[in-house]
Design a protein around this ligand. Structure first.
Ligand SMILES: Cc1cc2nc3c(=O)[nH]c(=O)nc-3n(C[C@H](O)[C@H](O)[C@H](O)COP(=O)(O)O)c2cc1C
Length: 428
C-alpha cells in the first residue's frame, strides 16, 4: 500500500489552518496551582510540545466550577482572573506556529468528592460509579441551567485569552457523556428519556458557547465511538455517529473519536494495567482515600488490574474502527485518538480514509517532539503504553514514568534543547 504524507499537509478546522494533521489529545497535567491557575511549569510543558512542531495542542480537561473539577492541580477556567495565565500560554505556543485549544469538562460522578473539597458529586441521575464508589446527586434544573452559563463563560474566557478554539468534552462518561447515555441518565424531565432529551444538555451548552464565541471561533467536540457498556444501556457507534452528525448540522467544527466510560474498564486508555491499581494507591489519587479503602483496594488490586487488562487490552489504533464510521458520515474533520504513535500507523490511518486527522496522548508524554521526529524520520523515545502516567493525575505531574523511556526522553530533550543543558549546568 502507498503511504502518502498527508500527516504533514495543512488542514483547516473552522477558519483556522493547521500546519499538519496531527493533534496533541487532552491530557490532564497536574501542573497548575491548587486553584487551577496556569504556572511556569504548565507553560513549559506546552512550550516543549510547540517546539516539537505539534500542529494543534489540546490542553488537559479544564474545570469551570467547583463540581466540574476532577483532580487537584488541573487547569480551571472558572473566573476572569484565569485569563492572564491562559493568555501567556497561548502567546508562548503561538511563537512556534502551533495552535492551542482548551478542553472544557465537568467530571460528574467520575471523581471522589472529598479530595476535591466538596461533599457531593453532580450527575444526571443517582447512579453509583462502581470504579470509584461515588454515589452522585441528580442535578436540579437550576443547577443544569447554571452549569450551561458557567460553561459558556469559560469558553468566552478562552477566546479573550487568545486561544484558537475550545473542545467540548462529551466523552469518557463525564457529565455530557453521562447525559447522553441511558445507563447513566435515568431522568424523567426534559433532560432524560428520549434521544432528543438526552441530547438537550450538549445542544444547549454548544449553542450558548457558540453565542458567546461567535461563528468564526472553532468549537470542536470529543465523543465516544462506543460506550463500551455491555449488559448496560450504553450507546452504540450508530447512535454516537447520529449525535455527531446532528452536532455537525448545528455547527461543530471537528470531532475527536474515543471510547468508553470509567466503568467500561478504561477502554479509552487501552494498554498495560498490570500494577495499575497499586500505582494509583501509591502515586495517584489513591493517596487521598481513607485508610480502610486503601487497604481494601490494595488487597484486591491484582483482581481489579486483571479486569482492566481484559476489558482494555491494547491494540494499535484501537479507535480506528469507530473513527471510520464517523469519517464516512461527517464532512467536518474527524480526529482519531488511541494507540497511534508511529508515522507508519498514522499515515496508514489517513491514507485509508479512516480519519482526517490523528491525535496522540501517551505518545507525546513519552516524546513531546514526536511530530518533529516523524517529519524528519528521526527516532525518539517510544511509548510502550505501560499506563504509569495514567495512574498519577492529581498527585504527580504529567510525565513518562517508565524509567527506561524517561531516561531516553531526558537525553532527547537535552539533545534537542541545548539551552536546557546550559541552564542545568548553570544551576549546578
Ligand atoms: C495522563 C492522562 C491524562 C488524560 N487526561 C485526559 C483529559 O484531560 N481529557 C481527555 O479527554 N482525555 C484524557 N486522557 C485520554 C487521552 O486524551 C486519550 O484519549 C487516550 O490516552 C488514548 O490516546 P493514546 O493511546 O494516544 O494515549 C488522558 C490520558 C492520560 C494518559
Amino acid at each position: 500500500m502507498t503511504i502518502n504524507n498527508a500527516l504533514f499537509e495543512p488542514i483547516n478546522i473552522g477558519n483556522i489552518q493547521l500546519s499538519g494533521r496531527f493533534v496533541k489529545s487532552a491530557t490532564v497535567e497536574t501542573l497548575c496551582d491548587q486553584a487551577g491557575f496556569v504556572t511556569a511549569q504548565y507553560i513549559q510543558h506546552y512550550e516543549e510540545l510547540a517546539q516539537g512542531g505539534t500542529p494543534l495542542i489540546i490542553t488537559g480537561a479544564a474545570s469551570y466550577n467547583t463540581f466540574s473539577r476532577g483532580v487537584p492541580y488541573q487547569l480551571a477556567v472558572d473566573h476572569d482572573d484565569k485569563i492572564e495565565g491562559l493568555k501567556k500560554l497561548a502567546d508562548t505556543v503561538h511563537q512556534y506556529g502551533s495552535k492551542i485549544m482548551v478542553q472544557i469538562y465537568h467530571t460528574a460522578r467520575q471523581a471522589a468528592p472529598a479530595p476535591m473539597g466538596r461533599s457531593k458529586a453532580q450527575a444526571p441521575s443517582v447512579v453509583s460509579e462502581p470504579i470509584l464508589g461515588v454515589k452522585p446527586d441528580a442535578m436540579s434544573i437550576e443547577e443544569i441551567h447554571e452549569s450551561i452559563q458557567q460553561y459558556a463563560d469559560a469558553a468566552e474566557r478562552c477566546k479573550i485569552a487568545g486561544m484558537d478554539g475550545v473542545q467540548i468534552h462529551a466523552a469518557h462518561g463525564y457529565l455530557l457523556s453521562s447525559f447522553l447515555t441511558p445507563h447513566t441518565n435515568r431522568r424523567r424531565d426534559s433532560y432524560g428519556g428520549s434521544f432528543e432529551n438526552r441530547l438537550r444538555l450538549l445542544l444547549e451548552i454548544y449553542h450558548e458557547v457558540r453565542k458567546r464565541v461567535g461563528s468564526d471561533f472553532p468549537v470542536i467536540m470529543k465523543i465516544n465511538g462506543s460506550d463500551d457498556l455491555p449488559y448496560r444501556k450504553g450507546l452504540s457507534t450508530e447512535t454516537l455517529v447520529k449525535i455527531a452528525k446532528r452536532m455537525e448540522q448545528e455547527g461543530i467544527d471537528a470531532v475527536e473519536v474515543t471510547a468508553g466510560h470509567y466503568e467500561s474498564g478504561f477502554t479509552f486508555e487501552r494498554g498495560n494495567f498490570k500494577g495499575y491499581t497499586r500505582n494509583v494507591l501509591k502515586h495517584g489519587m489513591g493517596v487521598h482515600f481513607s485508610k480502610m479503602k486503601r487497604s481494601f483496594m490494595w488487597l484486591f488490586a491484582p483482581v481489579v488490574d486483571l479486569y482492566f487488562q481484559r476489558s482494555a487490552r491494547f491494540s494499535a489504533g484501537f479507535n480506528i474502527p469507530y473513527a471510520r464510521q464517523f469519517t464516512k458520515a461527517l464532512n467536518v474533520p474527524v480526529i482519531c485518538v488511541g494507540g497511534l504513535n508511529t508515522k507508519q500507523q498514522m499515515s496508514e490511518a489517513l491514507a485509508n480514509n479512516d480519519c482526517d486527522m490523528v491525535s496522540a496522548a501517551r505518545g507525546l508524554v513519552a516524546d513531546p517532539y514526536l511530530y518533529h521526529h516523524m517529519k524528519n524520520n528521526l527516532k525518539g523515545p517510544e511509548c510502550n503504553y505501560c499506563n504509569a502516567c495514567f495512574s498519577r493525575p492529581g498527585v504527580n505531574p504529567l510525565d513518562c514514568y517508565d524509567p527506561h523511556i524517561k531516561a531516553e526522553k531526558v537525553q532527547m530533550l537535552a539533545r534537542e534543547q541545548p539551552e536546557l543543558v546550559e541552564l542545568a549546568e548553570e544551576a549546578l
